[in-house]
Design a protein around this ligand. Structure first.
Ligand code: ADP
Length: 866
């Protein structure tokens, strides 16, 4: 940074101190005043100067005729200037430099050092020291500029780059200077300022980049830009504007009216009004209008925005805005709207179709199922009974499929309504599993369920739908399992005073599900098997319905599976909790505490579940995995003087079945034999004669319902039963109705009439039939009935019409006859429609005899019952 070597023969300060440092550029006079050290004539400065400014010799010569006046004037000028400068510079972080041309001494103030990132001790104080800090590319041009300023050719007002010593980064400096001249006009000093404008430069650069981007964006987005001078009515368009309007620049007058003439005639008034409002500052100019495309007269859509520029008085002077074509977007929206309308129409058609199909299928199904049931009650040989059973089962499967399809469409249409009633979860699961128990027996699969004691007794929710989910999952588990077990597990995951969250698991040991299908099987119609290689039946709707139902209950459903090992389907639901009734499972009677019981089952899960139940009731439970083990344990217990009091005995076991074990127990223990409960799967038949001989104390249906087991145990050990426990139901007998009723059955279907008459008469009711609404109204007017079973769809006058007339007549008579819809209209909302039409109740076809009787006989109390 230092200038050339000092010449010691010179007494100027610079010569004395080569590193100029912070020293003043002016020599000090006796009285301490500063004055320029002009007298130095050492050769160093000449050499240096000429090196830098070869022309200098011609311009600047040493002042020869300096008068004291001129010196004074110069000093005064200098003083004033520096004062002003100091004030200005401090505020603006401006650095000040002072260059003595004659001596080549450059003096910096503190800010200058900061601006250049140089420490004073590293600064030689020569012109070259400054130069060495510049960006190499700027050195030549800047020294040229300085030279021109010294020659008086132009102002020194420039910007250049410096290299920041600490990290080599580039900074921008703005520099100004004043050249001081002597009386002869000879330049003697240059005093100037430096200002760091790096930030400003950066901001400008950013602005440049941003506006470039904006330009690109408007280009890419095909956005046209317009500029309207409100005062001169001059409208300027960019190229894109011409393209947007399909106008050649030479055909465009450049006036506001030129734009207006391109608009769709119906939009002119509106748009110019909007423009006026924007100019008046009343609202933003943000609009969309139509234009007429000059080439073919077609209509296009343009979206427009603008900013209004105002003068100091708030007067709008200009508007700058954008335009872009939204025709395609508009078309897309219209196409979308059309597609939506079409889709909605399709859904309506589909729903209507489903409703029709449902009705058309249910009507004959009603005949098939009902007549099958009737026939089954008649005298039949084994073969006939078997065939009829198969007909009944097939009809049942068909009905399940129809119901599934209807459920899916109901859920899709958002019409699935959940009920909210209190129910006993344990009972509900027990009943559900007993209905599918037969299938498990047929396949030799163990079916069990476990509901731990912390699960509340009475819950509030839609038991029917939970049951439907379980039937689906357990049905699938049985379908896809050839051996092993299917277990339903329920866990309480959280509980507040009135809500309980439950986690259900249905576990099987079946074929499993490949990992890549674990999600998709919940989609409609999706099955693991390819459609051409199917060995299992099914529609692929079951899991979809399960998922939708679970989600309706704000729960979640998922599956875990191992191919060849089995699957576990999980689902969660949150239900209401009802305070438990007295004598519930939560508080079993004390008398059974300590009763010693042995659980005998070859299936470990079953053994565990039963043992858990017993220990839950404070009983002393042991278990055995076979008849032989059971007999050993019984003998051992007897020897230890703590004989077993109760044996829970599975009927179906390898080697020695339950009956054989029971026989052996009787034989070996005689009078002291413990009580025996046989656990027999639903539908498996144990000949009554055999039972009588063996005399088990109870036969319970597997999977055993907890309450039934508890009731049976309590019964045996000296306590009254808790809740009326049911003995296995009789299949054949139809008990007579509580009270015989006179019923009017209205239906146009011959099969349905035959069926209804047969069912009702077998039940002990008397029946009159009508084949359409008019007949029904007539008969009702002339005879007294206890109730009317009314079909809905009928010729001449339908069920709604007939009901309306009857209700009108009743308005004067004051009577009210119960009218029960009996219809194949089983879609969502059909029940409501019937009730709204004035009917009292509703039974869907195919009619299940028990349901029909249950509903009908509710009204057995008499005409005014309702
Ligand atoms: P469907 O059983 O009527 O075909 P689902 O929706 O109930 O319809 O089931 C869809 C598919 O998921 C089944 O076809 C089967 O491939 C698979 N799946 C369901 N449950 C099981 C299970 N427990 N084990 C193995 N595969 C199963």
């Amino acid at each position: 940074m230092r200038a050339g070597a000092a010449n010691n023969s010179c007494n100027c300060r610079r010569a004395r101190s080569p590193a100029y440092g912070r020293q003043s550029p002016v020599a000090e006079s006796q009285n301490g005043d500063r004055q320029p050290d002009r007298d130095c004539r050492c050769s160093t400065k000449q050499v240096a100067w000429q090196l830098r400014f070869p022309t200098r010799g011609r311009i600047v010569s040493e002042p020869e005729d300096r008068t004291p006046e001129s010196a004074k004037a110069a000093e005064e000028q200098l003083r004033l200037l520096s004062n002003r400068l100091i004030v200005a510079t401090k505020a603006g972080q401006i650095g000040i430099w002072d260059y003595d041309i004659a001596t080549n001494v450059l003096v910096w103030d503190e800010q200058m050092y900061r601006l250049y990132g140089v420490a004073p001790e590293d600064f030689s104080g020569a012109y070259e020291a400054w130069e060495s800090g510049l960006h190499p590319d700027d050195v030549a041009s800047e020294s040229e500029k300085l030279l021109r300023a010294i020659r008086g050719e132009e102002e020194f007002d420039t910007e250049f780059r410096i290299i920041w010593p600490a990290d080599g980064s580039v900074r921008y400096i703005k520099a100004n200077a004043t050249v001081l001249r002597d009386a002869d006009g000879q330049a003697v000093r240059v005093i100037g300022t430096n200002l760091d404008i790096t930030e400003q430069q950066r901001a400008e650069e950013e602005l440049r980049v941003t506006s470039n981007r904006l330009l690109l964006a408007t280009k890419a987005g095909e956005i046209g830009i317009w500029d309207f001078d409100i005062t001169t009515n001059e409208l300027v368009w960019d190229e894109q504007m011409y393209r947007l309007y399909g106008v050649a620049p030479e055909n465009f007058s450049g006036a506001y009216e030129a734009w207006e003439s391109g608009l769709h005639p119906d939009d002119v008034a509106n748009e110019s009004e909007k423009l006026q409002r924007a100019i008046r500052g009343e609202e933003e100019f943000d609009t969309e209008f139509r234009i007429i495309w000059p080439a073919d007269g077609s209509v296009r859509f343009i979206k427009a925005n603008a900013t209004v520029l105002r003068d100091a008085n708030g007067q709008a002077v200009r508007m700058i805005g954008t335009n872009w074509d939204t025709t395609e977007q508009r078309r897309g929206e219209q196409a979308l709207l059309l597609a939506k309308q079409n889709a909605e129409a399709a859904v309506r058609t589909k729903s209507q179709f489903l409703a029709n199909m449902s009705h058309e299928i249910r009507t004959p199904m009603n005949g098939i199922m009902g007549l099958t049931e009737l026939l089954l009650r008649s005298d039949l040989n084994e073969e006939q009974r078997h065939y009829l059973d198969l007909i009944g089962q097939s009809a049942g499967s068909l009905l399940t499929i129809i119901n599934d399809v209807l459920d899916v469409s109901r859920i899709e249409a958002g019409k699935m309504q959940l009920t909210n009633r209190s129910f006993n979860l344990r009972d509900s699961i027990g009943d559900t599993l007993q209905t599918v128990g037969l299938r498990a027996v047929e396949k030799g699969i163990e079916l069990a369920y476990r509901v731990p004691p912390d699960v509340p007794e009475l819950l509030v929710g839609d038991a029917g739908r939970i049951r439907q989910i379980l039937v689906n999952l357990v049905g699938n588990a049985l379908k896809f399992t050839e051996q092993g077990e299917v277990v339903v597990d329920v866990q309480l995951t959280s509980r507040t005073s009135d809500r309980a969250s439950l986690h259900f698991q249905v576990h099987d040991t079946g074929i499993g599900i490949p990992a890549n299908k674990l999600r998709s099987i919940f989609e409609s119609f999706t099955q693991v098997e390819g459609s051409t290689t199917r060995s299992y039946g099914g529609t692929g709707l079951g899991l979809t319905i399960c998922r939708d139902l679970v989600e309706l209950m704000n729960g979640r459903i998922w599956v875990e599976s191992q191919l060849g090992q089995g699957s576990t389907f999980h689902f969660t639901v949150t239900l209401g909790v009802e305070p438990a009734a007295a004598g519930s499972l939560d508080s079993p009677p004390r008398a059974i505490a300590g009763v010693r019981a042995l659980v005998v089952d070859d299936n470990a899960t079953n053994r565990n579940i039963l043992s858990e139940m017993l220990t839950g009731w404070a009983m002393a439970a042991q278990s055995a995995a076979s008849g032989a083990e059971a007999l050993t344990k019984l003998a051992a217990a007897k020897d230890s003087a703590e004989p077993m009091q109760l044996v829970l005995l599975d009927t179906i076991m390898p080697t020695m079945d339950g009956l054989q074990v029971a026989r052996r127990i009787l034989d070996e223990f005689g009078e002291q034999a413990p009580a025996v409960f046989l656990l027999s799967p639903a539908g498996s038949t144990v000949a009554p004669s055999k039972l009588r001989k063996l005399g088990p104390d109870r036969v319970l249906t597997k999977p055993v319902k907890q309450i039934e087991l508890l009731d049976a145990i309590t019964d045996l050990f000296g306590q009254p039963p808790l809740v009326g426990s049911e003995q296995p139901r009789e299949l054949v007998a139809t008990p007579n109705a509580v009270r015989a009723m006179k019923v009017l059955v209205v239906d146009d279907g011959e099969v349905n009439l035959v069926l209804a008459v047969a069912l009702l008469e077998a039940r002990g009711h008397s029946v009159v039939v009508a084949r359409d609404g008019i007949e029904a109204v007539d008969l009702h007017a002339n005879q007294a009935f206890d109730a009317i079973l009314m079909d809905v769809q009928m010729p001449k006058l339908d069920g709604y019409g007939a009901t309306a007339i009857i209700r009108k007549q009743e308005a004067t008579s004051g009577h009210h006859i119960p009218i029960i819809a009996m219809t194949a209209n089983a879609m969502a909302g059909d029940r409501e429609l019937c009730l709204k039409a004035g009917m009292d109740d509703y039974v869907a076809k195919p009619v299940q005899s028990e349901e029909l009787f249950a509903v009908l006989e509710r009204y057995a109390g008499g005409n005014e019952a309702h």
